[in-house]
Design a protein around this ligand. Sequence first.
Ligand SMILES: *[C@@H]1O[C@H](CO)[C@@H](O)[C@H](O)[C@H]1NC(C)=O
Ligand SMILES: *[C@@H]1O[C@H](CO)[C@@H](O)[C@H](O)[C@H]1NC(C)=O
Ligand SMILES: *[C@@H]1O[C@H](CO)[C@@H](O)[C@H](O)[C@H]1NC(C)=O
Length: 366
Amino acid sequence: MAWSLLLAGLLAGTTSFANPLLSRQSSRGSDFLRFSCSQLVVERADPIVNPGQKFTPHMHQIVGGNSFNITMDPSTIDPPKTSKCTSCRMVEDFSNYWTASIYFQSPENGTYKRVPQFANGQLNGTVMDQTGGITVYYMRPFSGTNKKTTVFPRGFRMISGNPLNTKKAAGPLVNCHRCLSARDRVSGGAGAPCDRSDTAEFPNKPCPGGIRVTVIFPSCWDGKNLDSPDHQSHVAFAPGNQALAGDKCPSTHPVRIPQVMYEIMYDTSGAFANPEYYKNGKQPLVYSFGDKTGYGAHGDYLFGWEDGALQRAMDGLGTNCFSEVCTALKLQTPMAANECVKGQQSREEVGDGVWLKELPGGVPVY
Ligand SMILES: *[C@@H]1O[C@H](CO)[C@@H](O)[C@H](O)[C@H]1NC(C)=O
Ligand SMILES: *[C@@H]1O[C@H](CO)[C@@H](O)[C@H](O)[C@H]1NC(C)=O
Ligand SMILES: *[C@@H]1O[C@H](CO)[C@@H](O)[C@H](O)[C@H]1NC(C)=O
């Protein structure tokens, strides 16, 4: 108990994840890599859950290497070799990172529009493509003296969260929503990710500063499988009531991998923040898979770093490597990252600035 409170204090007090200026000054903050990836494509594709399928059941927003494809069998695609560019600032990173899109359903007439994304953070260099993208973290243990992590092997992939969840998942919050006041729009809000300011549900009130969605992945791996039938059971969270306290791995999943985390910023300002829309327990947002609760929030991760690069960075944390500054890695400019985009393979209107009669794919809302 005391230990977890201490950790929560450390995370909240000295490692302000959302505020890069604060964390840059913090010695504790040297335990992670943090960088931006701009939007590669928004489309219904999912090479982990529905390989080979065009127009998969729901809409995703995808960042990373442009070898992203509807099929990404590790025996045929090697992202660093197949990609020509990456939308991430770290040029040796051709991984793909994706999450489900959020739609606003007009309470006036029932039509849908994709909630726009916006750039995260206030440091130059983290302010990227203003229309989308994901902020990616790779973290090593925050406590203890053994900070060693073993990076993912080629072909590794995993999912955090489950779109089928219709109630709050047991255990620590790992997929969460932070409702931002207008004042917190740029900083993204202070405090640890998925703490008491965050909810498993969609916020039940207007968020004029936007919504910050956090997706935390497990920090322990079975050491054998690149994937598993549910895309989750080859990895595990360390036991305890803190998703980020992942340095004591269970014997079933003994390998401490870097803990991956995403932050995605959704612009729910302006007309989306109309207080009328939040009366009588209602709220107007819905995930692309039809979920109005928010419990089904999830993220997908497909490893694709060049050989050795991520391990060099993780080993260099605390000395020559922190956040976006890491002498062990090459950076490209935000402009170059923004230029790496990909056309939809599953071509359709995604609802950007256009009202749709139904969610893409005709997904029913529940
Ligand atoms: C997707 O993969 C197929 C098979 O490897 C390849 O022929 C095709 O060019 C790829 N498409 C894109 C858009 O990368
Ligand atoms: C539906 O409602 C939204 C506002 O909620 C409005 O902007 C849009 O024009 C309306 N569409 C139609 C077809 O009336
Ligand atoms: C950020 O970039 C802007 C525009 O290029 C520049 O005016 C500003 O001084 C920069 N701020 C910092 C902290 O580097």
